[in-house]
Ligand binder design. Structure first.
Ligand code: ADP
Ligand code: G6P
Length: 356
């Protein structure tokens, strides 16, 4: 039979440090694909997996080869490749891509131990999110599209404080220390993956307020690789030109410090890219339609879909700025990529059938 290989699972990689907004991104992405993703029913309550009709999101922490105690004993962090089983990651992502179910381990974030595995069936779209989706060349080769969330140190610090101090009762000193302790391994093993990404979302402090370091107002850049099959970058006004745009005025309400867009060609790790940038934040989300109407190649199915998605999830972090906007846009581009891939494989399938 030809049950394996029929499935055509599309594999997406999402890389970022922990606490950098991966789960928020995933919620936006699965919403664009239709239907919220939920933990597997009846399984381990500490499972890290999310499943919707179309999409399964697996967390690469599940491929930790060393548990919390093991890492302590050996003196390695979770970011260190030696704490992760890339052979198994490759085998299982490959199997899923080929339409074969796998028994994937579970890293229990509460206990710090590896729990008994869970069954993962091949979905239409498989997202692998975590610290190392583009680290191993074999796994990288399996990705149909890859994204890197690049949060600058200043912003990472601001977000960590917000979460760990406000919600988890950590001290400022201990947050600083934990970021510092992770930094060497982050620089060595996580950060370099961005050179392989088809899209990078960079999150930086604003340039609209001189000397601002608060991390509240953000300058966000969507870096899109040119020449990627099934992915054609979004643009502002005219493709390939360089544009600076202040949309504030009669059609868009802005309060201090305003909003500034930029679009233009650049080079990124010696790749040709297009960059769309937004600095500042929206006062009124419904007016986003004005900005949306000036963007092209959005891969929307109807006029205003970006605005609709943003309004739908107005309560998610980053909805009033470029993080939410660009995550939504990347979601639409991935839906488009998926649909093109499926259409292409359907077109070639009868051909293969007559050959064999
Ligand atoms: P991860 O899944 O990578 O650990 P989350 O999506 O859970 O990250 O986000 C972690 C925290 O970072 C959130 O609770 C929130 O405080 C902050 N955060 C994430 N994305 C944003 C954003 N776009 N704007 C502001 N804060 C954010
Ligand atoms: C997960 C996260 C890492 C985090 C680790 C905690 O693996 O992805 O970012 O550092 O858990 O590790 P620890 O050794 O502190 O338990």
């Amino acid at each position: 039979s030809c049950s394996a290989g029929d499935a055509n699972t599309v594999v997406i990689g999402l890389a970022a440090d922990s606490g950098c907004g991966k789960s928020t991104f995933m919620r936006r992405l699965t919403s664009v694909f239709g239907g919220a993703a939920e933990p597997p029913r009846g399984g381990n309550p500490d499972s890290n997996t999310l499943i919707s009709d179309t999409t399964t999101v697996i967390c690469l922490d599940d491929y930790h080869s060393l548990d919390r105690t093991g890492r302590k004993e050996k003196g390695v962090t979770a970011l260190d490749p030696r704490a992760n089983n890339f052979d198994l990651m490759y085998e299982q992502v490959k199997a899923l891509k080929d339409g074969v179910a796998v028994e994937k381990p579970i890293y229990n974030h509460v206990s710090g131990l590896l729990d008994p595995p869970e069954l993962i069936k091949p979905p239409k779209i498989l997202v692998i999110e975590g610290l190392h989706p583009m680290f191993d060349p074999r796994v990288r080769e399996l990705l149909d599209f890859s994204i890197y969330l690049d949060i600058s140190n200043e912003v990472k610090f601001a977000w960590k404080i917000q979460r760990d101090m406000a919600e988890r009762g950590h001290s400022l000193e201990s947050i600083k220390a934990s970021i510092e302790a992770r930094k060497p391994d982050f620089d060595a093993y996580i950060d370099p993956q961005k050179q392989y990404a088809d899209a990078v979302i960079e999150v930086l402090p604003t340039q609209l307020i001189p000397g601002d370091n608060e991390g509240k107002v953000l300058r966000v850049r969507l870096v899109m690789k040119e020449g990627v099959k099934y992915f054609s970058p979004v643009y502002l006004f005219d493709e390939g030109s360089t544009v600076s745009w202040i949309p504030c005025g009669r059609k868009l309400t802005c309060s201090y410090p305003g909003i500034k867009f930029f679009y233009g060609p650049e080079s990124y790790f010696s790749n040709e890219v297009s960059v769309l940038e937004m600095d500042g934040q929206f006062d009124r989300l419904d007016e986003l339609i004005y900005v949306e109407s000036h963007l092209s190649n959005l891969s929307t199915k109807f006029y205003g879909e970006v605005t609709q998605q943003m309004l739908k999830h107005a309560d998610f972090p980053g909805s009033n700025n470029g993080t939410g906007l660009f995550q939504t846009i990347v979601g639409l581009k991935i839906r488009d990529l998926y649909e093109q891939l499926v259409a292409d494989s359907k077109a070639t399938a009868p051909l293969q059938a007559t050959k064999t």
